[in-house]
Design a protein around this ligand. Structure first.
Ligand SMILES: Nc1ncnc2c1ncn2[C@@H]1O[C@H](COP(=O)(O)OP(=O)(O)O)[C@@H](O)[C@H]1O
Ligand SMILES: [Mg+2]
Length: 387
């Protein structure tokens, strides 16, 4: 109707109007094609994917019941020889770590955000681009773990570090759009809280590798004032333990990777513990060392900043609900597996009137499960609008 009323252009079309009509027709048929595709895909179904894009571990949960995770390493063969020996152009996770001597290794979410220009002064642009490429490859790999059958629409919610900048989020969306039909980004601790149905008067502490993210749930979408992030997380424990052992046992030989594995096996914070004994080489010969105290102290080093964060979030909350909040603290993330952490944190919060701290049941998948729950709850037309 609008076209025929268009000031008589039908009778005596000028070149410009004809061109415009042509463009209009083309865009209509493009839209129709697109709708047909969407309808066709919709008939084949939608695969919902929740992704927890972590510094150290990326986890995926899908509406088809798949749970998978990979450590967030991406490696590219260094040269022709490495390429031939490995027989691949890109390696992920533990496989990448195992072959690190033949690879350029990336951990693209280091410090909780895609490592790039913001605050990375002096980093060469090619290096930044390679890191971005690693982020894209990692997201694509994560989606492949969801085993899409092809043809179906894939809608994904990606939990990313609370502190990721607008630009970081934009980069994650861009990277994800190459493999997802529609994508939403949310903060990791929010995903954890959503998945556990802790939407009101709860405080989630997600202890990752690069960051500890604290998020206060108040019955509505948390904003900046509800979230605090600090860098005293798992990697900090590793560095602290490494530093202590280097100082105390100068003759012992070990790498930061060995220290991390040692921590994952024996991490604890309580006063009492069974002795922790580590085997390190001394000039190539294995020797056993008691590292109990070093382990305890290194693990405890992340508690004071965490307590400060908790105090801050509780202290600035509505005073009538502070008590409830203090008794509804939940620990998640890989670092929450430090033995005795919940009790120790409760003790540390004793002087603020006591607290109750619980652990999530699936520390590795809590974020991905939550992201999946959000994906499933989002209205279909919102997904389509975003697509
Ligand atoms: N059993 C464990 N005890 C203590 N720390 C652990 C354990 N398992 C994993 N971690 C630590 O948890 C951190 C990773 O947690 P995760 O939630 O996967 O991190 P991110 O979200 O940053 O990827 C790492 O520092 C890792 O060493
Ligand atoms: Mg995490």
């Amino acid at each position: 109707m609008t076209a025929s009323n268009d000031s008589g252009t039908r009778e005596n079309p000028t070149g410009q109007a004809r061109e415009r009509a042509g463009e209009f027709d083309a865009s209509v048929s493009k839209a129709v094609e697109r709708l047909k595709t969407i309808e066709g895909q919709r008939q084949r179904g939608v695969l919902y994917v929740g992704i927890d894009l972590g510094t150290s571990r990326t986890a995926v949960a899908t509406s088809t019941g798949i749970r998978a995770s990979v450590s967030s390493f991406v490696g590219y063969p260094r040269d022709m020889v490495a390429r031939k020996a490995l027989g691949k152009d890109v390696l992920f996770g533990d496989e990448a770590l195992r072959h690190r001597l033949s690879l350029d290794l990336y951990r693209p979410l280091e410090h909780g955000v895609i490592k790039f220009s913001d605050g990375a002064d002096g980093v060469a642009p090619e290096e930044i681009e390679r890191n971005m490429q690693a982020a894209r490859d990692l997201i694509q790999h994560a989606v492949s773990l969801a085993r899409p059958t092809g043809g179906e629409l894939i809608y994904g919610v990606i939990g990313c570090p609370a502190q990721a900048s607008i630009r970081n989020k934009q980069c994650i969306i861009e990277a994800a759009r190459e493999v997802l039909d529609s994508v939403v980004i949310c903060s990791e601790p929010f995903a954890v809280a959503y998945g556990l149905d802790l939407l009101e008067d709860a405080l989630v502490i997600d202890i990752g590798a690069g960051t500890v993210d604290l998020c206060r749930m108040k019955g509505a979408m948390p904003d900046e004032t509800d979230q605090i992030t600090n860098r005293f997380a798992g990697d900090h424990v590793d560095r602290e333990l490494y530093r202590r052992l280097k100082a105390r046992l100068p003759e012992a030989q070990f790498t930061i990777h060995q220290i991390k594995r040692l921590k994952e096996r024996y991490a604890f914070v309580s006063e009492q513990s069974r002795p922790v004994v580590a085997t390190f080489t001394v000039r190539g010969k294995p020797r056993r060392f008691d590292v109990t105290d070093d382990m305890r102290e290194a693990c405890r080093s992340i508690i004071p900043p965490m307590v400060t964060g908790v105090e801050e979030l509780i202290g600035t909350f509505d005073p009538e609900f502070q008590e409830v909040l203090r008794h509804n603290i939940v620990l998640g993330g890989g670092g929450s597996q430090i033995a005795g952490l919940g009790d120790y944190l409760e003790q540390a919060l004793e002087e603020y009137g006591g607290a109750r701290v619980r652990m999530v049941e699936e520390p590795v998948f809590a974020g991905a499960n939550g992201a999946l729950a959000i994906a499933k709850d989002m209205p279909e037309d919102t997904w389509e609008e975003l697509a």
